[in-house]
Design a protein around this ligand. Structure first.
Ligand SMILES: *[C@@H]1O[C@H](CO)[C@@H](O)[C@H](O)[C@H]1NC(C)=O
Ligand SMILES: *[C@@H]1O[C@H](CO)[C@@H](O)[C@H](O)[C@H]1NC(C)=O
Ligand SMILES: *[C@@H]1O[C@H](CO)[C@@H](O)[C@H](O)[C@H]1NC(C)=O
Length: 375
């Protein structure tokens, strides 16, 4: 009897072992499944960098974070009620902890092995973007910071293991571009000069050329698995709808038109880089169509509104004054596509994440993020 019992135990242990290696993705090319997530971008994925900057773009005030379990509902600097898309994608891909904000004191030592978050509210592709907020990290600086992390990884793991870790087990996500329109090109006062000297075609060409350079720099630092989000329907956010006094079902045409033009050129850029940069794969996340689908068919996804901000004040869609302690707050946060005048709710982020991780080429191409991880 003792022998039988013993065998039972061995079997259970074996099962658990093979199960956990399945869960961790061992044997599918990514070395035991240790995954790291390096996150670049703007307020859509900022996890607290702006807390450490003197800036007008801040989210470490309640009720931001009210549904963020890891902090017990306290604000963390995330510009939403719960997790960002970056957080949720990381969890789903098996990253053991949320990527630590680069500027946070704990972004040192072993914590960085699972990734670092460089994203900053107000940041853009262009250096001048977001200057209205006084301070923010643009993408050039975010990549300078990754260059620092790159050296720390060399010290932690040794150069050859560090290179392997970055090129095979790490996913680089870039969620940027909205502010280059909203808080640069489309700003009435600041960018008049830019708009006189650059028509939309020239401005978007400029953005794409900068981004080519920025993605190439990441490649030079051994990044190989990339996912680049396109710009969402920025003409449909509560802020734009409110200041332009639109009705429920209208969006601002120019803002969406600029986003779509940029998105077409981004797609071409990523194809170009897929052909040119050997061993790298650039995945295009079609955030525009995904968010547009949520806005158009919101009821189908269990939302009651896609035009009103849950947290905000002013105008017909609570879209003028950013979310803060004195804002009005909706009753059911899971029923709003938009948390505040600019940013999707966690409920919307969860739907977006499912499509990016498991979806088809309609929203994520040429492969989805589960496939990207397992390469
Ligand atoms: C790092 O610190 C932040 C608070 O600043 C905390 O939310 C996070 O859980 C910490 N992460 C790690 C990996 O220690
Ligand atoms: C943007 O700013 C960074 C840091 O200040 C600088 O290294 C970079 O050259 C600038 N890029 C452009 C295009 O001006
Ligand atoms: C990274 O930093 C080093 C200096 O420490 C510099 O020589 C190199 O050009 C940088 N790489 C990139 C891609 O920015």
């Amino acid at each position: 009897m003792a022998g039988v019992k013993h065998w039972g135990l061995v079997l259970v242990v074996l099962c658990i072992k093979s199960l956990s290696s399945l869960v961790n993705g061992a044997g599918n090319g990514n070395d035991g499944g240790l995954v790291a997530s390096f996150i670049f971008g703007d307020s859509l994925v900022d996890a607290g960098n702006n807390n450490y900057l003197q800036t007008l773009s801040k989210a470490n005030i309640p009720p931001n974070g009210i549904d963020f379990k890891a902090s017990g509902g306290q604000p963390t600097g995330r510009f939403t009620n719960g997790r960002t898309i970056g957080d949720i994608v990381g969890e789903e891909l098996g990253v053991p902890n949320y990527a630590v904000p680069y500027l946070a004191p704990n972004s040192t030592g072993k914590a960085i092995l699972h990734g670092v978050n460089y994203a900053s509210g107000g940041g853009g592709i262009m250096n001048a973007t977001g200057s209205i907020f006084v301070n923010r990290l643009g993408l050039d600086i975010q990549i300078d910071y990754f260059n620092n992390t790159r050296k720390q990884l060399d010290r932690l793991l040794g150069p050859s293991e560090a290179k392997n870790h970055i090129s095979k087990r790490s996913i680089f996500s870039i969620t940027i571009g909205s502010n280059d329109f909203l808080n640069n090109y489309l700003l009435p006062l600041l960018s008049t000069g830019t708009r006189i000297s650059e028509n939309p075609d020239a401005y978007i060409d400029d953005m794409i050329n900068h981004l080519r350079n920025q993605l190439t720099r990441l490649y030079q630092l051994d990044a190989r698995k990339f996912v680049v989000g396109n710009v969402g329907p920025i003409g449909c956010i509560p802020y734009q709808k409110t200041i332009n006094q639109l009705s429920e079902n209208q969006c601002v045409g120019l803002a969406n038109k600029l986003a779509m033009q940029y998105n077409r050129q981004l797609k071409d850029l990523l194809s170009e880089l897929n052909g040119k940069l050997q061993g790298a794969i650039f995945v295009n996340a079609n955030v525009y169509d995904l968010v547009m689908e949520l806005i158009t068919n919101y009821a189908k996804y269990g939302f009651t509104t896609a035009s009103r901000a849950c947290c905000g004040n002013g105008g017909q869609f609570a879209g003028i004054i950013p979310c803060g302690p004195t804002s009005s707050l909706c009753d059911d946060r899971a029923k709003h596509v938009f948390w505040d005048p600019y940013h999707p709710s966690e409920a919307a982020n969860l739907i977006i994440e499912r499509q990016l991780v498991y979806g088809t080429t309609k929203y994520i191409s040429p492969i989805n993020l589960i496939h990207l991880r397992n390469l």
